[in-house]
Ligand binder design. Structure first.
Ligand code: TR5
Length: 132
């Protein structure tokens, strides 16, 4: 299904369609509780429920986008906000120095389990490379 299917109004299309059966859409809408560390009109950041590092925050667009595979050039401003928020969260969490990792998993072999674009912000320990 296209990410934009179900948008009835221009405003919905601009702000972004949400999917009522999507876990992260529901977290962004406040319907499912999460430990939110940032939210604005485009982006929400919340702590991962099963952290893989001392700091593990998920940064998501409010708009339902299934994965990075769905992104288009017109999503540039949204991605600018998303990465800017990730940088702000890294600073406020105290992991910007000595460094941290942003990663987005795509599809089954990429390790994606939730079909709503999310960037993992992992920090607070030295991270191995390459990932498994
Ligand atoms: O595997 P991918 O890359 O798709 O990442 C999905 C992430 O969502 C995993 O790291 C999960 O631990 C995380 N996750 C799953 C749930 C959840 C969550 N983070 C915060 N809050 C959550 N709730 C309320 N429910 C989940 N099922």
């Amino acid at each position: 299904m296209s990410a934009d299917e179900g948008s009835d109004t221009a405003e919905e299309a601009a702000l972004g369609a949400t999917s009522t059966d999507c876990l992260f859409c529901r977290i962004a809408a406040g319907e499912i509780p999460a430990d939110i560390v940032h939210q604005d009109d485009l982006v929400v950041a919340f702590r991962d429920v099963a952290p893989k590092a001392p700091t593990h925050v998920l940064v998501i667009p409010r708009r339902h986008i299934a994965s990075a595979l769905e992104l288009r050039e017109t999503d540039g401003p949204l991605l600018g906000r998303l990465f800017g928020v990730a940088a702000d969260v890294a600073r406020s969490e105290g992991v910007a120095d000595p460094g941290y990792r942003l990663v987005t998993n795509i599809g089954a072999w990429g390790g994606q389990s939730v079909e709503h674009l999310h960037v993992h912000l992992l920090g607070g320990r030295r991270l191995g490379w390459p990932p498994g």
